[in-house]
Design a protein around this ligand. Sequence first.
Ligand SMILES: [Zn+2]
Length: 72
Amino acid sequence: MNTGRLSEYGENMDFQVGQVVKLKKQHPCGANAWEIIRVGADFRLRCTGCSHQVMLARRLVEKNFKGFAENA
Ligand SMILES: [Zn+2]
């Protein structure tokens, strides 16, 4: 996973609804894996730990992106 090449608006990265991404930003519940509920300029993400949903700007998702979770 090449994390050193993130474009400003994410055209290099192919996020899709249903994927689970790991972020550097950890939710207070302890989980750092988030299921993608909606993509766009802002993403809707659901915490895999507690099912809390958040909206996060795409560039912040990319900035905090650590990889895709292998097992949700
Ligand atoms: Zn959580």
